[in-house]
Unconditional design. Structure first.
Length: 299
């Protein structure tokens, strides 16, 4: 494609050519299906393969809507691997009934990941229960819940990846707010069972994050890309920007991830209304261009 192509949603001229299917630079790039939220699951799988990508990050809800075995068959037919399944977690209920429900849901998520042959199951820790202000207690319940799941996951060959989340989400989604804290939890368990997923959107700001990435080493079970853009939208959940549109130093973070020994897939996971409203095939093209321009050379 000529360099007159434009990147979405910015509309700026592309700075590199769109990689074509078979380009070796795409070997580790994965589309997290949230990036093309409006695309049905089968179209997402087929579009990912058509763009020359070899892996996809899936979400449980659209997989369940299609049927687990059906979705697994679509992925296999497309020749893709599943880089991650999102999401398990939400461990922080304070009442026994809520804790039991979370445990059952996470066991189901592990089973689904095994059927999909997902590289890892992403764990979003969960926020504070309604009316609760005890964040220390909530974090303790995350540790207890992970401990309960480890034997179940090991039996099924599924790795569990704790996702530390930016502090703006601590109250409602993720009481584990730093990579350092996520590693403090993960390191209590076998290294082949529990690790972390590194999301640039959540971690770019963290003091000492490069040293923590080095500390993570072989516990890095996933690497996800999204930019931090300003001003933040009214809904902070939709604050992720396309790679290269914001403040994240992707070169520095990716160098550290590579130096730590990570050799797995690299997902682009973007929650952004403008990206979701753009034509999905154009989003994929922009995503691939930005990846080869700003990230791939550092892996």
């Amino acid at each position: 494609m000529a360099l007159t192509a434009v990147d979405v949603p910015s509309g700026l001229p592309a700075r590199v050519r769109t990689p074509t299917p078979g380009d070796p630079r795409l070997a580790r790039l994965s589309l997290n299906q949230k990036t093309t939220e409006r695309w049905p699951l089968r179209a997402t799988i087929e579009g990912t393969a058509a763009a020359g990508l070899r892996s996809i990050g899936l979400w449980r809800e659209p997989v369940a809507a299609a049927g687990l075995r059906v979705a697994a068959g679509w992925v296999e037919d497309a020749g893709l691997r599943v880089s991650s399944l999102c999401r398990g977690g939400f461990f922080t209920a304070a009442d026994p009934a809520g804790q039991a429900a979370a445990a059952a849901d996470n066991r189901a998520a592990i089973e689904e990941a095994a059927v999909l042959r997902a590289g890892t199951l992403v764990l979003v820790p969960g926020g504070l229960p309604p009316g609760d202000k005890d964040i220390t207690g909530a974090r303790s319940r995350v540790v207890d819940a992970v401990a309960e799941l480890v034997p179940y996951a090991l039996e099924r060959g599924v790795t569990l990846a704790i996702e530390p989340m930016h502090p703006i989400y601590a109250a409602d989604r993720g009481v584990v707010s730093t990579l350092a804290l996520a590693l403090d939890i993960a390191e209590q368990f076998p290294g082949d069972a529990v690790g972390v997923v590194l999301d640039t959107f959540h971690l770019w700001w963290e003091p000492g994050v490069l040293a923590q990435i080095g500390r993570a080493g072989q516990r890095i079970f996933g690497y996800q890309l999204a930019d931090w853009i300003t001003p933040l939208p009214a809904d902070p959940l939709l604050a992720r920007g396309m790679v290269g549109d914001g403040h994240v130093n992707f070169a520095e973070l990716t160098d550290a991830v590579a130096a730590a020994g990570y050799r797995g897939d690299v997902e682009v996971e973007i929650f952004n209304a403008d990206v979701w409203d753009a034509p999905p095939d154009q989003v994929l093209a922009t995503m691939a261009r930005r990846y080869v321009e700003l990230v791939e050379q550092h892996l």
